[in-house]
Design a protein around this ligand. Sequence first.
Ligand code: SAH
Length: 250
Amino acid sequence: MSGWLAIVGLGPGDDALVTPEVDGVLAEATDVVGYIPYVARIAPRDGLTLHASDNRVEIDRSRHALEMASQGRRVVVVSSGDPGVFAMAAAVLEAVEHGDAAWRDLDIRVLPGITAMLAAAAACGAPLGHDFCAINLSDNMKPWALIEKRLRLAAEADFAMAFYNPRSKSRPEGFGKAVKALQEACGDDRPMIFARNVSRPDQSIRIVPLSQVTEDMADMRTVVLLGSSRTRIIARDGAPLVYTPRSVDQ
Ligand code: SAH
């Protein structure tokens, strides 16, 4: 039996948001590899070995998965959301590029999932309905100066924005610095959306004008969206609807 490796996204949390394609490879897998809370989402069964590891060991985890696949096992590497968005797919491909030449001949597939920003956008309307960009606010993998530069240029280009990894215990000051840079660069007010635990039972969506945002509003379970200068809020009795019109006048 020849082995394979699938790098999959489990979506933002709700089982209904796992694609049938991903459920299909999980049903055939002999091994599941990933960060502890993501592997915890996989139901144990006979013939399936779960390999949960701590964060920050992505390259070791990738090599382990590739080694098992080359020994003939059917391996699934799990990420939350989409595996290509600040997650394991690029880590595994980095290991392939720099690792054992035989790994290039393996059957390697990347299966998409619903990423947090899209689930969050859907939960409040269509704030990403026109052009947008996604920025990881963690400076574990890049210098802070580059993050600030991208924030300023995205504001200048009037993109709506999605921010992943906004604030952690080890970097409590980063989100406050990002908000300050955005307040200066945007020059006008616009809605910032704090979408926490999207698609989970304790989901919360909070919409705050950028001028009134404070750094404690985000944590690592939050994806933050920022409207463009054209983003609208439709007030109504229930939760408001936020959207960015599809067109800009010619
Ligand atoms: N690959 C994932 C992102 C991993 S980075 C994806 O495509 O969604 C981890 C960050 O994703 C978190 O800090 C948070 O900003 C965001 N995130 C992931 N799941 C989330 C959820 N259910 N609700 C809100 N934010 C989420």
